[in-house]
Design a binder for this molecule. Structure first.
Ligand SMILES: Nc1nc2c(ncn2[C@@H]2O[C@H](COP(=O)(O)OP(=O)(O)OP(=O)(O)O)[C@@H](O)[C@H]2O)c(=O)[nH]1
Ligand SMILES: [Mg+2]
Ligand SMILES: [Zn+2]
Length: 294
C-alpha cells in the first residue's frame, strides 16, 4: 500500500523517507526514474513500504520550489550564511546567492557569522553594508558561536518551516546548528586556518529537526554559476532594481548605457548601492559570455 512521506536525506541512491515518525530507506522505482525526475531532499513522495524499514519511492508530488545548489525542494526560507572573516566576506558571492534565492521566490535572511572576530571599527564598517541590504528589504542577523550573539534570535525563525542553511564552506553553518541544539552533534571543522580550499566537512544535504522545524544543513560551495539565467531577466532578481524596471524608457533595458534608464538614475541619486549595481554588471557580463561559449 502506498503511503505519503517526506525525503529527509539522500545518500548514494538511497532516499530516507520520513512518515509517521519512522524513517524508511528507499530506492527509487525504475518506472518513475524513467520520467527523469530525481527525487530531492524536501520532496513529498508517495512510497511503498516493503517492511518496517525499507521501501520504494514511486512518485514525487509537485514542488513549491527547487534549488540546485544546494539540491533541495519545498523550502520555506533560506538562511544565507556568510562569515565576516575566515573566510573573508565576499559581497559579490552574497549577491550571486541572493539572485538564486530571488529567482526561486524563497524568503532570505542574511546571517553574518563570526562577529567575534571583528574589531569595533570593522563592525562599524559592516553596519554600512548592512544598511544597504536593509534598505533593499532583507533581514540581517549578526551571529557568533563564540559569544552566542544572535543565537536566540535565529532560533525563533525555525518553527514549522523548512529552512535551508547555505553558504561557503567553513563559514560556520554546522557550528551554528550545534549551538542552537547541542544534541545534534554535527561534525564541524576543527582548524580554521585551512579554510577556503574546498575541504567540506558537511557532505550531504539532510533535514534535521531543530527548534520546532526542519532544517537542512548543506555542504558549502566555493563558487556559484548563473547558467540557468537569461541576461535580460537578471534585474528582476535584484529587488531594488525590479521595483524600478518598468520606468526605464526601453521595455527591454540592460541598464548599461540606454538613455532614460530608471536604474542608472537611481544609482546616480544614491538610491541603488554602487556595489549592487557593479555586481549586476558583472553577472550580466558573465551570463552573456557563458551563452556565447555554447
Ligand atoms: N571565531 C569563530 N569561529 C567560528 C564561529 N563559528 C564557526 N567557527 C569556526 O569555523 C570553522 C568552520 O565551521 P563549520 O561549522 O564546520 O563550517 P561549515 O559552514 O559547516 O562548513 P562546511 O560543512 O564545510 O560547509 C570551525 O573551526 C569553527 O569552530 C564563530 O562564530 N566564531
Ligand atoms: Mg558543515
Ligand atoms: Zn534601465
Amino acid at each position: 500500500m502506498a503511503t505519503e512521506g517526506k525525503i529527509v536525506k539522500a545518500v548514494s541512491g538511497f532516499y530516507y523517507v520520513l512518515a509517521d515518525d519512522v524513517i524508511y530507506q528507499c530506492r527509487a522505482r525504475g518506472v518513475f526514474r524513467k520520467r527523469k525526475i530525481t527525487p530531492l531532499v524536501g520532496d513529498v513522495v508517495k512510497f511503498e513500504a516493503e517492511n518496517l524499514t525499507d521501501g520504494y519511492v514511486i512518485d514525487v508530488f509537485p514542488r513549491k520550489n527547487e534549488l540546485v545548489r544546494p539540491p533541495i525542494a519545498n523550502v520555506d526560507q533560506a538562511l544565507i550564511v556568510f562569515s565576516v572573516k575566515e573566510p573573508e566576506l565576499s559581497l559579490q558571492l552574497l549577491d550571486k546567492f541572493l539572485v538564486h534565492i530571488e529567482a526561486n521566490h524563497i524568503e532570505a535572511v542574511i546571517c553574518f557569522t563570526k562577529m567575534d572576530l571583528l574589531s569595533e571599527e570593522e563592525r562599524k564598517q559592516l553596519e554600512k553594508i548592512v544598511n544597504v541590504y536593509h534598505s533593499i528589504g532583507y533581514e540581517v542577523i549578526y551571529l557568533s558561536a563564540v559569544n552566542e550573539e544572535g543565537v536566540d534570535q535565529i532560533t525563533s525563525y525555525f518553527k514549522d518551516k523548512i529552512t535551508v542553511i547555505a553558504g561557503q564552506s567553513g563559514v560556520g553553518k554546522s557550528t551554528l546548528l550545534n549551538r542552537i541544539d547541542p544534541t545534534l552533534n554535527i561534525e564541524t571543522k576543527k582548524v580554521s586556518k585551512q579554510l577556503g580550499r574546498g575541504r567540506h566537512t558537511t557532505r550531504h544535504v539532510e533535514l534535521l529537526h531543530v527548534a520546532g522545524g526542519l532544517v537542512a544543513d548543506t555542504p558549502g560551495f566555493s563558487s556559484l554559476d548563473l547558467n540557468q539565467f537569461n541576461a535580460e531577466d537578471l534585474s528582476q532578481y535584484f529587488p531594488e532594481m525590479n521595483r524600478l524596471r518598468s520606468e526605464c524608457k526601453f521595455r527591454v533595458c540592460t541598464h548599461r548605457s540606454e538613455p532614460n534608464c530608471a536604474i542608472k538614475q537611481a544609482l546616480e541619486e544614491g538610491k541603488i548601492a554602487k556595489t549592487r549595481y557593479e555586481h549586476y554588471l558583472a553577472f550580466h557580463t558573465e551570463i552573456q559570455e557563458t551563452k556565447r561559449r555554447y
